[in-house]
Design a protein around this ligand. Sequence first.
Ligand code: PEP
Ligand code: MG
Length: 939
Amino acid sequence: MTAKWACPKAFDMGMFLAVRAATPSLGESRTVPENQDRHNHHGQKFVYDFTEGNRDLKDLLGGKGANLAEMTNLGLPVPPGFTITTEACKVYLDSGDEPLALRDEVSGHLEALEQRMGKKLGQAADPLLVSVRSGAKFSMPGMMDTVLNIGLSDESVVGLAQQAGDERFAWDSYRRLIQMFGKTVLGVDGDLFEEALADAKSVKRVVVDTDLDAADLKKLVKQYKKIVKSEAGRDFPQDPREQMDLAVRAVFDSWNGDRARLYRRQERIPNDLGTAVNICSMVFGNLGPDSGTGVAFTRDPASGQQGVYGDYLQNAQGEDVVAGIRNTVPLADLETIDKASYDQLMQIMETLENHYRDLCDIEFTVERGQLWMLQTRVGKRTAGAAFRIATQLVDQGLIDEAEALQRVNGAQLAQLMFPRFDEDTKVELLGRGIAASPGAAVGKAVFDSYTAVKWSRSGERVILIRRETNPDDLDGMIAAEGILTSRGGKTSHAAVVARGMGKTCVCGAEDLEVDTKRRRMTVNGTVIEEGDVVSVDGSTGKVYLGEVPVVPSPVVEYFEGRMHAGADDANELVAAVHRIMAYADRVRRLRVRANADNAEDALRARRFGAQGIGLCRTEHMFLGERREMVERLILADTDDERSTALEQLLPLQKADFIELFEAMDGLPVTVRLLDPPLHEFLPDITELSVRVALAESRKDHNENDLRLLQAVHRLHEQNPMLGLRGVRLGLVIPGLFTMQVRAIAEAVAERRNAKGDPRAEIMIPLVGTVQELEIVRDEAEKVIAEVEAATGIELKLSLGTMIELPRAALTAGQIAEAAEFFSFGTNDLTQTVWGFSRDDVEASFFTAYLEKGIFGVSPFETIDRDGVGALVRSAVEAGRATRPDLKLGVCGEHGGDPESVHFFHEVGLDYVSCSPFRIPVARLEAGRAAAQSKGSDSR
Ligand code: PEP
Ligand code: MG
């Protein structure tokens, strides 16, 4: 039976876990570019010097450019440079060409830069070199292009060698330029350069790049140039300005690269923002042992603890660290390597934290003992760290409680509610790496992204195991349950991207020998083949063989009341969650109720903070043994038969309600009368037809089966979701709804007699017109009056309706005449507004729609503000106009979706109702929404 209400969505953990990572674009409207052409930009400024920008200009300068400007203005040591705006990129993407004014503007800024640096770009004797880096509004790590050392040529490499007094350095920089330029600007296969480099090392019998000397590198440059010529069909450009212009264009183009598009879809970053381009004078970390480059966090992005976190790599240039290719040393070692730079860096980190009032991550370079800041931004962090950092910053007096609420979100809270591995079970530890992104992931080992995607499409859970990942692995990482690498640190590509996605990741597990070609890994003699099951713990860094069972998270234990925030065994995380939830509860206006239809769920919901039940689906009470009674009700030919069936159901229903009212004593419980199509209580039409046909052939007539078959045929609907269900059912099956109302009324009376405080609300489903509601209401009121007369108890039952059809929303003003409350059924409302069959479309074509960008997210998951949302908004207004004290809620799945909760806050609902596991998320988001709107009111 494919009962709509048997759809697991409403109740199961899966849906709760499917809470999407919060979108960086939350609350921001999509900016639609004007139809720009490249000629029409009089007065528009496309280039900003670092001294001209600030951190609020992220839309225009991208995150990197805005923060470089901010640091420049803070007086921190940032190499001078300028930023080409996202507007210039948008013109390029729209028209296929740079805006006409751009070239002159760049020339002006370049000249100013040359004057300041006292060198000219690429000039033979003493060249100014620049880096060209992408930088969009939202960080997209490794997704777009960067080219370093622009300005080097056959001539200027000699000048650079003389100026630096280091020939090796100059040729190493030149070969890096050709390699990066060849790959990203000219589209040459990067492996060709890597192979040539590997060959050069093996010819010389050395292992690391730094053992190649100037002569080796000179040869390599020759070879690289040959590769460029044969692969790109042109020479490597010797003109420095041509290099720069082509690199800028390549950065623009990389906005629409496959990797970048995929990342944006995943992270819900709008496609039309474009990227800025930062042109920055080069500083060199590869000038010898007194130089180096590193990345750092002002706090541990995994735990939130304050301290020295980062990696440093001596004698290396930029990307070497993030790529996780060579082994770095912990940042703390810089203190012994170069104390002066280390001390300065610590000071700068403190300045940045206090200035940004948040965890910052930074990239820096030391050039011959001089520290340079290359980048900073508010750093990504794990969900646990987000909660801890927010409360730490409150304690430090850097932010207030309202701000702390903006530093976390419901998706992070949902992540913290994931189960963990059971440490008490016997496990086979395979190895240990760096705990890069928390969670407990179990799956079959796969060693390449293609297999990860293929297997996960066929329903397998997989763990992607690589030596290290690179941006080409993105789709495999998305498909995998978890990611495991044998190399690279907390800032390697695998770690950064996995954290961003909220995926479990262990990296740098050095005992693992990963052999991608043979699709296996060896760990201390144990061979793990493709398809063997492994378990990866991103919170501890441990990797196990086989499937390790999981246990609930401490945060769930806390919500369950099994752990108290102040208790000795409560960790810092639980204490932080407790505090943030208290802030949220203090400020939120929306109340949060649960969708629950049995005492167990109701009690859990209550522990999780539910303030009532917003939807009790009574159809769940008609399953199991009771199905036969419903069958008898449907088959009844006479009033007597019907009454008998209803009388049998009545006490059972009443008992259900008593239990529920007891569990929710003192809080409102909205009971919805029966909704699904009746035929769903009958046997499957095909099975029954076969049974009857077989019996006929044996001349073995079964009268009951024949009657059943007739009923099944009579009630069969092509489109049951749009057929005889909801209030329609109540109107055509005499006595059904009144039996339910009587059960509710008698249960309330009984709870009152037992000194309880039951607060029942009766809700009529699928109403399209006020007339339907009036008839049911009249009948219900009669029954309630009868029960009140019989018991002598005033029941105080309220009667309301769901608004889940467009017609109901459009005539909400009339419907409110007969309803004391509305609860928006946004599942059915989404189905009927879009004309989507809710049981079919997600499997049949939603993937295609998501891929084509028709929606960023399924409208069944996040409320469609413009369509369904508009109807909700107008129904709220019309309903309240008729009845100012009309109570308003939502009980569709959207009630527990973070982004939708903000919408329901905005339109002024009184409560949201969602499945018990999503209640904490809804409480938190309701608090965030209230704090946000307060903030904007006072601005
Ligand atoms: C709805 O339609 O949103 C709703 C809550 O009812 P159901 O999911 O049971 O149809
Ligand atoms: Mg519905």
